[in-house]
Design a protein around this ligand. Structure first.
Ligand code: ZN
Length: 251
């Protein structure tokens, strides 16, 4: 596929702990989940950096975030180690217009819960069952090139109820072999920023190598990127009315 016209600058953030502690995960993602996602996005022409929890400021200093159009976020076992100052910084950037793509167990990250204002809790089961993701918004840019549905052969189940606010747009609904359903692709607007939550991505399965999943992440990167021509929102005191407030109404 041809590179996008003006490629959004992507930073893929990963806590990068499972891959170093668990040989089963390391076998699937020897260089980390962030590297697998970054390589897939680069192959499509995106400019991609990576950042991980154990770097200074978790790799998300002011300089990095100010040069990021879309931040991808994968975390699971160390959400509590993400310092609040970095969460504050990411939160402010989202409100300014940076896109945020929250992956899988990132539903419990500090940044996602802050942006949603809810617990983001759900039910789950890890037996490697089959998941079918149905495209419920075929016209949505994140669904481009995906057809009616696609299957993740082995997945961890996430089930409803999912304690999030009603999404501004819902793109995917998952069905699981065990019977549950889940809102697997949900879009939110917060301030000037666009947020996409995407469910698949359990660390013991090779989900981020799957073509359909990579397609979703590429679509999401383009969708979540800020629109360069969008005027900056004006807030504050506006002493000069646009029209004469004192003019008499026409008879
Ligand atoms: Zn998981």
């Amino acid at each position: 596929m041809a590179p996008p016209q003006s490629a959004p600058r992507i930073t893929v953030w990963n806590e990068f702990r499972h891959e170093q502690k668990n040989p089963k995960v390391k076998a699937v993602y020897p260089d980390g989940i962030h590297t697998a996602i970054a390589e897939s996005l680069r192959a499509d022409g995106f400019e991609v950096k990576t950042a991980t929890l154990d770097e200074p400021e978790h790799g998300l200093g002011e300089d990095v975030l100010s040069a990021t159009d879309v931040l991808f976020w994968w975390g699971h076992m160390a959400h509590g180690e993400v310092v609040d100052a970095v969460v504050d910084r990411v939160y402010a950037r989202v409100l300014e217009g940076m896109g945020l793509v929250v992956l899988h167990s990132g539903h419990f990250s500090k940044i996602f819960r802050r942006l949603m204002g809810t617990t983001c809790d759900l039910s789950w089961r890890d037996t490697g069952e089959r998941e079918r993701l149905w495209v419920v918004a075929p016209q949505h840019p994140i669904a481009e090139g995906l057809g009616d549905s696609f299957v993740v052969p082995q997945a961890e189940m996430y089930g409803e109820p999912f304690d999030i606010p009603a999404p501004d747009e819902l793109v995917f609904v998952s069905w699981f072999q065990g019977g549950e359903v889940f809102r697997s692709g949900a879009c939110f607007n917060r301030g000037q920023g666009k947020i996409f939550y995407f469910r698949p991505g359990h660390e013991t399965f090779p989900i981020y190598y799957q073509a359909e999943v990579q397609q979703v992440l590429k679509n999401a990167a383009r969708w979540a990127a800020p629109t360069p021509s969008r005027p900056k929102t004006g807030f504050g005191h506006r002493p000069q009315p646009l029209e004469s407030i004192l003019a008499p109404e026409p008879a």
